[in-house]
Design a protein around this ligand. Structure first.
Ligand code: GSH
Length: 214
């Protein structure tokens, strides 16, 4: 198994967490998005969308973190990242889709660059944009998590699920782009609980082979 990843890419971070939780060893292939390597012909041959991550499993190449993680869930069901009950599965997927669909796509590198550079709003404008949509998403997550009887140590019960795999990287994005996360205590409590697990620790940006030395 081979993962095309960039240390600071939050979508790559999701895939790394899922691979670690499933206990799958993989080869790390670094694609430096800061240098534009994700848009070079060599990587476009792997993922025509020019986005990270991409996963190679044998003869198959997979893209889109959710498709990758659901594939891992289907091919390596143990330990499960989704509950057995259909209603509970829907809750976990809904929690994961808040970062996946409502937060990350409007805060992605190409969107940030467009706001800061093409539209001329600079770094301050970009930080304000990222902060607004992060805040809306975290408000939603906090409301979905706090007081829900299914919320446990983690987003759903006392074992990490797909929801946690998506939550932790988005909290990292918030910190990198100066979004105040203090109004979301349940989100923060769960992210901290996740990061006590070695599978999450090993997936952190600063622990990747392409991270700059600290
Ligand atoms: N929905 C995709 C998002 C992938 C994505 O946007 N990855 C980012 C890194 S976190 C990327 O490659 N960005 C490059 C760019 O915006 O130019 C997924 O979940 O895999």
């Amino acid at each position: 198994v081979k993962l095309y990843s960039y240390f600071v890419s939050s979508a790559s971070y999701r895939a790394r967490i899922a691979l670690n939780l499933k206990g799958i060893e993989y080869e790390y292939v670094s694609i430096d998005a800061n240098k534009g390597e994700h848009l070079a012909a060599e990587y476009l041959a792997v993922n025509p969308q020019g986005l990270l991550p991409a996963l190679v499993d044998g003869d198959n190449t997979l893209t889109q973190s959710l498709a990758i993680i659901e594939y891992l869930e289907e091919t390596r069901p143990d330990p499960p990242l989704l509950p057995a009950d259909p209603v509970e599965r829907a809750r976990v997927r809904a929690l994961a889709l808040v970062p996946a669909c409502e937060m990350h796509p409007v805060n992605n590198r190409r969107v940030r660059n467009y706001i800061a550079e093409d539209l001329g709003h600079g770094r301050d404008g970009m930080i304000s944009w990222v902060g607004r949509w992060n805040a809306r998403g975290f408000e939603t997550l906090e409301a979905m998590l706090s007081g829900n009887p299914h919320t446990g140590v983690f987003c759903h019960g006392d074992r990490p699920t797909l929801a946690d795999v998506y939550l932790v990287p988005q909290v990292d994005v918030a910190r990198r782009f100066e979004t105040d996360v203090s109004p979301y205590p349940t989100v923060l409590r769960i992210a901290e609980a996740c990061l006590e697990l070695p599978e999450f620790q090993a997936a952190k940006p600063e622990n990747q082979p392409d991270a700059p030395p600290s």
